[in-house]
Design a protein around this ligand. Sequence first.
Ligand SMILES: Cc1cc2nc3c(=O)[nH]c(=O)nc-3n(C[C@H](O)[C@H](O)[C@H](O)COP(=O)(O)O)c2cc1C
Length: 368
Amino acid sequence: MKFRFLTSGESHGKCLNAIIDGVPSNFEINEDFINNELYQRQQGIGRGGRMKIEHDKIIINSGVRHGLTLGSPICLGIINNDFKNWEVEMNPKIQDNTYENSQKIQSKYISEVRPGHADFSGALKYNHKDIRNILERSSARETAIRTAIGAIAQLILKPFNIFFENQIIEIGGVDFKEKEKLLELIDYTREKGDTLGGKFKITIKNVPIGLGSYVHWDKKLDALLAYAIMSIGGVKSVEFGLGHNVANTFGSKTHDEIFYENNKIIRNTNNAGGIEGGMSNGEDIIIYASMKAIPTLKKPLNSIDLNSKKNVKAHFERSDVCAVESCSIVAKNMAAIIIAQQFLEKFGGDSLFEINQNYNSYMDQITL
Ligand SMILES: Cc1cc2nc3c(=O)[nH]c(=O)nc-3n(C[C@H](O)[C@H](O)[C@H](O)COP(=O)(O)O)c2cc1C
């Protein structure tokens, strides 16, 4: 498969890493664009103290020369600034004034699991006594490197004018446009030691007709996009177009009628969200996703201690109150990865030139 990747790295480890394979040659890689996506992922209301420490910047270790892809594997890295602070905490003999900036990360042995996280099943499955061994990798910090990979996917799709937008719909039931009410809700939630989730929308524009396929279950574009977005920690629903409302809508109001107008094919509605039969149909791809409230609560939930085997309060460490905006940036970039994979599968070649030829010839074929 084209555009495969693997990530590694722990939340407070030295760095996050990725190797991407299958990126054709001569695509422009703009580091500022990648860094801007990383910056956007760190923004939003309700974010916690960690984001004051991290100023994510991409390091491109291989596969790019003079700003263009070589066709060889691309190796990416993002340094975790908090690693230094963490090391100090682990070994107080190390003198480092950046520690002053760090809130207290509890590097002690953790055995109080947090409901809603990977802690419980992860500790039992991997036979770890210290839950830090689970939470370091299950943390959403890993989504920073996935965002960088998605930014590269966006850059591959840019010459074909395919682009991505994210929009927040609501947080904790409050319309995102009602800024004042929303900030009040965030403050109230933070004071109570509680957390929030929300809903967002991803729009993908100019996707050519026919990405994905109906011939096998695992080639369906909506299924692939849902998988990718559902893989982001905290996402609990992914919908296309009319989404769950299809359950109570007549067929006449569900399906998007097709017309010829001035020798062009047009539709007046897009309830399908741009995907029919597992393939893009040329309309905007519209995805809605919901994120659950953050599971690490300052006023901790009731839970258990796997070591003492007692009922306790769940572990707490520095955490976000709400990360819906950030999650939408990750989702946008996960969607870009899927669209780039499917685009390269359809128009594949080893260079931008070859892909351009395949793309243009297909576009001629479908406009006959
Ligand atoms: C961008 C982003 C930031 C997050 N920040 C936090 C956080 O600070 N604290 C926390 O407990 N969970 C945070 N989460 C949510 C957890 O990662 C998520 O709830 C956890 O991985 C379990 O999700 P799952 O049950 O859907 O797999 C964040 C998620 C995302 C996408």
